[in-house]
Design a protein around this ligand. Structure first.
Ligand code: ADP
Ligand code: MG
Length: 398
């Protein structure tokens, strides 16, 4: 689960991290009050969307100007002008796709006097099974370029969960970021704070880009992007409250309400599968035969008829779907139950695209029989290879 920058900063602040004062704003009526509560003389108007690269982004609407989704304002009037230009309009960044994302919230923040912009992120490093820091002196808006062109400028440091962030770790991070004096002192407290926030809140990603050294020598978290591990959210009702559903794919929300894992992709074939491994294999083989998956919906191990039908309907909502492949291994979940769910959903949705069903496992014969006798236009398949070829041919013919 992702949250907005202003929410991430509030979480980090609650652990003691240094962030600027700022006020989130949901409507133009609140802008004046927000700006009056901050001292100036520099304010920053920041579009809040769940995507990075806002500073270099562009608005779709001409009246919003081309100055990007993060703007420095040197007067209260400018804050108001920028807020009007941003709120309600669509910001396109390197991470949003061509349609951009509608800006429904702004963050009006105290401007900082920046000496240096650094990069810091934390993630779960699967190769070491530890939480790792990644830091670089080359912070700001082009870290992807740095990672690509000069990866040696990024230090990765994994933390021993037994000890947490040690003095030796701090020394390495300070050195990599070339922090000295006041900034190095700040580093001593900041790195352990970030580690504590990351682990206690079950984050899966924390990116501070930039972390800045201010002209007064102190460190400050100037941007913050946080994702949380969805499987641990039950432990954090305070974090769940921060969810902004307007930022999420409507189909993914509906899927999560049914406890289905739905992932939207770019191709034309909708996939209903059970289990992540089978999902990957199904997508690979679709590609092998020359098409791309539009999405996949993992119905998990123990779905009933209603859940299968719900999954089917969610897949159908994607207008890019030109055909559907159901590929299920019935273990705990029996093939006849799946067949009944599929048939119920096909009837209800008046399915207009080709559908290939490949079932294997418990009660497979009964499942196939139910489908064959349904009188519906369902193409049965015997194995994965057969299924993939049939759906690809059907989509190409369509
Ligand atoms: P994004 O990464 O989405 O482009 P950032 O929050 O990193 O958004 O902002 C982009 C740039 O804007 C930063 O690299 C920094 O130079 C400047 N900036 C952001 N917030 C402030 C602030 N409070 N004071 C001064 N400059 C800021
Ligand atoms: Mg940034």
């Amino acid at each position: 689960m992702n949250i907005h920058e202003y929410q991430a900063k509030a979480v980090l602040k609650s652990f003691g991290a240094p962030v600027a004062d700022g006020v989130p704003v949901l409507s133009l009526d609140d802008v004046q009050k927000a700006v009056d509560s901050l001292p100036g003389p520099l304010w920053v108007v920041k579009s809040q969307i769940h995507a990075g690269g806002r500073g270099k982004g562009k608005f779709v609407e001409a009246e919003a100007g081309e100055k990007g989704g993060v703007r420095l304002a040197f007067s209260k009037e400018d804050v108001m002008t920028y807020a009007k230009q941003m709120l309600g309009n669509h910001l396109v960044t390197a991470q949003t796709g061509a349609d951009g994302k509608q800006v429904n919230r702004l963050y009006i923040e105290d401007g900082a006097d920046i000496d240096r912009e650094l990069y810091l992120s934390m993630l779960v490093d699967r190769s070491t099974s530890r939480v790792a820091f990644m830091v670089s002196t080359e912070g700001g808006m082009d870290i992807e370029q740095v990672a690509h062109d000069t990866p040696e400028k990024i230090l990765t440091l994994s933390i021993d969960p037994e000890t947490g962030v040690t003095d030796a770790d701090i020394a390495k991070l300070n050195e990599a970021l070339k922090l000295e004096g006041t900034a190095a002192e700040d580093g001593k407290t900041l790195f352990p704070i970030l580690y504590k926030a990351f682990t206690e809140k079950d984050m899966s990603l924390l990116e501070v880009n930039p972390l800045i050294v201010m002209e007064n020598g102190h460190l400050r978290v100037l941007d913050a992007k946080v994702s949380f591990d969805g499987n641990a959210l039950f432990r954090h009702p305070d974090i769940v409250d921060l969810r902004d559903k307007t930022e999420e794919d409507e189909k993914e929300i509906e899927a999560s309400e049914w406890d289905l894992a739905y992932i939207a992709l770019d191709g034309t074939i909708g996939c209903m599968v059970n289990g992540a491994g089978l999902a990957m294999a199904t997508m690979d083989i679709i590609k092998l035969y020359g098409e791309e998956p539009a999405n996949f919906c993992d119905v998990g191990g123990g779905a009933g008829k209603e859940k299968v039908a719900a999954a089917f309907k969610i897949i159908m909502k994607d207008p890019n779907v030109k055909g559907i492949l159901v590929n299920i291994f019935g273990g705990i979940m029996k093939c006849d139950v799946i067949a009944e769910g599929v048939i119920a959903a096909v009837k209800e949705t008046n399915l207009a695209v080709p559908l290939v069903v490949r079932l294997e496992g418990t009660n497979v014969d009964l499942g196939k029989k139910i489908i064959a006798e349904s009188g519906l236009n369902v193409i049965p398949a015997d194995d994965l290879d057969d299924a993939a070829q049939k759906i690809v041919n059907a989509v190409k013919g369509a």
